[in-house]
Ligand binder design. Structure first.
Ligand code: NAI
Ligand code: PHE
Ligand code: K
Length: 346
């Protein structure tokens, strides 16, 4: 996968004591230091960990570029031999210490932040050993979780999609949210406030109980891709829509927070051919980057950040219009927009 990757650099390290593989990918530093979160999860093998880190880093480059943020794209993957919850706190401390050392070695060319299975508390720990960390807790002088701003941006993208499809608003529409974690739960309450009927799926019994308390319908995680809805919102993990899912997904639009929800290169064309509108993930979920980079690098206040996240729908709309005009998939259109705003090639 290194042979085929046009990115700037991939660095790796193995820790024999914990059995953890560390990967940091710098996709691009053309617009500034590469930035992107730290994902801690289990992968089948080292090649899949590297490949995921590379694809996630590529999405970060596009996300920063499309928002005009002065950063490149990067990502860290901490590939765990066991699920995150099975690690002892000692092991996790050791893992974070090694990760911090790896980041420090990159000398500021890579800045990390929270991602799947890492939190602001983990960023506080990393920050004890390296300064190249976004999203520390507010108590430790950071700007805390980026999830609320991410949800705000996804909501804006969903509203723009409803307008584009001629629905006007989300009132009376069915929105199926895959994953009601930090972003998905916040998104659910936003679209419910717009009058949408919310359906959720999540493997966590506690999260489902909360969803039911709020009056949302629930479907099993295995039925997510076959349950009819107006908008499908992937807010769990990526890689869920391959070309065959794209050919059958019973939705009018896909608008969510998950990075890289499309699993192969033709899925977006297959969706487009069926008239299923796809909101490019690296635009729809850019609220988190706006929060972290806007507040911690550019010195924006919370209102400025929220106004920009609420404006992501305008970029989504521009991508839809360009896609219609040029007869190209919406993600390709958004790449052109990103390239036009930065040094990143289309
Ligand atoms: P989270 O970890 O708080 O929530 C993920 C939720 O998905 C959890 O409730 C989990 O139980 C659920 N889940 C896991 N497997 C599932 C499955 N097979 N079906 C349905 N649900 C499943 O994560 P968070 O922060 O809400 O992020 C969600 C996604 O959005 C991730 O892919 C993340 O990379 C992406 N994202 C998050 C940003 C942020 O600021 N938090 C920014 C940009 C992207
Ligand atoms: N991991 C989040 C994302 O994918 C938030 C993040 C943004 C983390 C920028 C670090 C830097 O957008
Ligand atoms: K997280």
């Amino acid at each position: 996968m290194i042979d085929e990757w046009p990115g700037a650099s991939t660095v790796g390290r193995f820790d024999p004591e914990t059995g953890v593989q560390f990967v940091i990918c710098l996709d691009s530093i053309l617009n500034g230091p590469a930035a992107g979160g730290t994902r801690a999860t289990h992968y089948a093998d080292r090649a899949s960990a590297i490949e995921d880190a590379q694809r996630l880093a590529g999405a970060m480059t596009l996300k920063m570029a499309v928002c005009g943020l002065p950063m490149g794209g990067g990502k860290s993957v901490i590939s765990l031999p066991v699920p995150r919850e099975q690690l002892t706190s000692r092991e996790w401390e050791r893992i974070l210490a090694i990760h911090a050392e790896n980041i420090e070695m990159l000398g500021g060319n890579y800045w990390t932040g929270p991602d799947v299975n890492t939190t602001s508390a983990d960023m506080d720990v990393l920050a004890g050993k390296t300064r190249y960390v976004f999203g520390r807790s507010e108590a430790a002088g950071g700007v805390g979780s980026s999830a609320p701003t991410t949800a705000l941006g996804v909501h804006s993208a969903m509203r723009a999609t409803a307008a584009h499809l001629g629905w006007g608003t989300l009132d009376g529409r069915t929105v199926l949210i895959q994953g009601v974690g930090a972003v998905g739960a916040d998104l659910a309450s936003r679209v419910a406030d717009d009058g949408a009927r919310v359906i959720v799926a999540d493997p966590s019994p506690a999260r489902l109980a909360e969803a039911e308390r709020r009056g949302y319908a629930v479907v099993s995680t295995s039925d997510v891709l076959t349950t009819p809805c107006d908008v499908f919102a992937p807010c769990a993990l990526g890689g869920i829509i391959d070309s065959s899912v794209a050919a059958t997904l019973p939705a009018h639009a896909v608008v969510g927070a998950a990075n890289n929800p499309l699993a192969d290169a033709t899925a977006s064309q297959v969706l487009a051919d069926r008239g299923v509108v796809f909101a490019p993930d690296f635009v729809a979920n850019a609220g988190g980057a706006l929060h972290l980079v806007g507040r911690e690098v550019l010195g924006w206040g919370a209102e400025e950040v929220d106004a920009r996240a609420a404006g992501l729908g305008k970029i989504i709309k521009a991508a839809y219009d360009l896609a219609d005009r040029e007869r190209i998939p919406t993600d390709a259109a958004a790449r052109f927009i990103a390239a036009g705003r930065s040094a990143v090639p289309a």
